[in-house]
Ligand binder design. Structure first.
Ligand SMILES: Nc1ncnc2c1ncn2[C@@H]1O[C@H](COP(=O)(O)OP(=O)(O)OP(=O)(O)O)[C@@H](O)[C@H]1O
Length: 256
């Protein structure tokens, strides 16, 4: 059971002289094995919503449920990948990737095998013994992705995971993500600024607006999987992208 239910979630942050409503009455169901993308202008609460599902923040009102149970904190059922991922600076790439497996109690030989596999997948084999400080930003991010994939969680919560990567690596990791998603049937919630990326990856695209953060539209993508580069250039894809684009960029009070 790896479905997610977000029920009337509100999040208010106390500021010095007032309160700020980051999320206002947000409700969303993500089915078991569904791939949902969340897009919206900066500050509309995408990360806050993801953090609530991750158990890293708590709603002021409403609730988030995972597999039918209220979220009370982080758990091994949910792997979180942020844009700025904190790697352990004193551990090599390999040890960083193995870290989560060690805490999950995976035996040593299996840890080594899995780490090797995922390090290769993200193209870091040559740097497996390097420390994070010697890697570029994109390489650190690929290490963080390998670490999250290796633990094999039923739910992946991804916050702009490919934002800092060059376009080639980005496309490669998008395709890899879709492959692991369709073969392993995990639930994915993927936050991105990139409308093209959202439509390419997701079965549904949730569009949010700011002030207060809320859902304004949910677009069913409806394109078959596996998705291909040719499909990405086709008219159906273009129509969907335009629809999501207008929903994001023609919001009241958002002049862009
Ligand atoms: N701890 C906090 N205290 C006060 N305000 C906060 C806090 N965390 C987030 N906010 C505010 O809540 C709003 C939503 O933030 P959030 O990071 O969720 O937006 P976002 O849609 O992910 O933005 P971006 O696309 O720029 O990453 C922002 O206006 C932010 O300033």
């Amino acid at each position: 059971m790896s479905g997610i239910a977000i029920r009337n979630v509100g999040k208010v942050f106390p500021l010095k002289d007032r309160e700020f409503t980051a999320l206002d009455n947000v409700s969303l169901d993500v089915a078991d094995s569904e791939f949902v993308a969340i897009v919206g202008p900066s500050g509309c609460g995408k990360s806050t919503l993801l953090n609530i599902v991750a158990g890293l923040e708590f709603p002021t009102s409403g609730e988030a449920l995972v597999g039918g149970a209220p979220v009370t904190g982080p758990g091994p059922d949910r792997g979180v990948i942020f844009q700025q991922f904190a790697l352990f600076p004193w551990l090599s790439v390999r040890k960083n990737v193995e870290f989560g497996l060690r805490t999950a109690g995976v035996p040593r030989a299996e840890r080594k095998r899995r780490a090797e596999h995922f390090i290769e997948l993200v193209g870091l084999s040559q740097f497996a013994d390097a420390l994070p400080k010697t890697l570029s930003g994109g390489m650190k991010q690929r290490c963080a992705i390998a670490r999250a994939y290796a633990v094999d969680p039923k739910i992946l919560l991804m916050d702009e995971p490919f934002g800092a990567l060059d376009s080639l690596t980005r496309v490669r990791l998008q395709e890899q993500l879709l492959r692991t998603w369709s073969s392993d049937q995990r639930t994915v919630v993927f936050v991105t600024h990139d409308v093209d990326e959202a439509v390419y990856l997701a079965g549904r695209v949730v569009v949010m607006a700011a002030n207060p953060g809320r859902i304004v539209e949910v677009v069913d993508v409806g394109l078959p999987y596996p998705r291909t580069e040719e499909g990405r250039l086709g008219p159906e894809f273009a129509a969907l992208r335009n629809r999501v684009w207008s929903a994001v960029h023609h919001q009241k009070g958002n002049p862009s």
